[in-house]
Design a protein around this ligand. Structure first.
Ligand code: GLP
Length: 233
């Protein structure tokens, strides 16, 4: 694992952007993208750049089940707003939160990931060590699956909703094995709430109780965090 400690999230976004730029120069065609506050500075660097993504494919990690794409809390909406409206990709895939048949949507998404191997995967991390919505206890061998969100995550994500009851209880999420199949992984984490997760991910045992700890076994991972998030290392 390569660890880059930055002053703040803005500098962290710039470091991640440099990795993407170099990756694209070297032929990267498929980006795995994440939502949450951590990648926002990266997306704003991408928007402000003169890079062209119209020949590229993006695959997002997850989506709430039950939210329409135009719901302002959906991950579709987030991606449109922060990146795709300004910088369209040739193809952008995000799980369909309104799929009638969730099992069919899961199979369909797995096919998309199989057909478009991810060159660079951007990740955030939950305070409990989750990656995407892969909560503690998710098998390391998992592919895309339906997720029941933990109380912990529902509470953490309720800050974006008017009311905690509005937070969906389910999501569709890329599995840990699919994430691990990406050629390169860049994980972003900022702030005090990530201190324990960062320590467990980097220094703790590789265990399904800390989903991000599996990244220790990946050959090309860069962790970008600020001094505060890295304080317990
Ligand atoms: C959500 C997302 C994760 C994200 C996490 C942390 O649970 N599904 O992909 O990593 O939040 O978000 P933030 O970057 O806002 O701390």
């Amino acid at each position: 694992m390569k660890i880059i400690i930055t002053k703040d999230n803005i500098e962290g976004g710039t470091k991640a952007f440099e990795i993407i730029k170099t990756g694209m120069k070297n032929g990267a065609k498929v980006l795995g993208l994440a939502t949450g506050s951590s990648p926002i500075p990266l997306y704003s660097d991408m928007v402000d750049s003169d890079l062209d993504f119209s020949d590229m494919t993006s695959i997002n990690l997850d989506e709430y089940y039950g939210l329409a794409p135009d719901n302002d809390q959906s991950y579709h909406y987030f991606m449109q707003h922060h990146l795709f409206d300004q910088k369209p990709f040739k193809h952008s895939y995000i799980p369909n939160g309104l799929a009638k048949n969730i099992h069919e949507e899961v199979d369909h998404y797995n096919k998309i990931i199989e057909e478009n191997p991810i060159d660079i995967q951007i990740l955030g991390i939950g305070g409990n060590g989750h990656i995407a919505f892969n909560e503690p206890g998710t098998p390391f061998g998992s592919l895309t699956h339906e997720v029941k969100l933990t109380e912990n995550t529902i509470k953490a994500n309720s800050r974006f909703f008017d009311n905690i009851d509005d937070v969906p209880r389910q999501a569709i999420c890329m599995g840990i094995r699919s994430i691990m199949n990406s050629k390169k992984i860049v994980l972003l984490a900022f702030g005090e709430s990530k201190q324990d997760a960062i320590k467990a991910m980097i220094e703790g045992p590789v265990t399904e109780e800390v989903p991000a700890s599996i990244l220790q076994d990946h050959p090309d991972v860069t962790i970008i965090c600020d001094e505060v998030a890295a304080a317990k290392l």
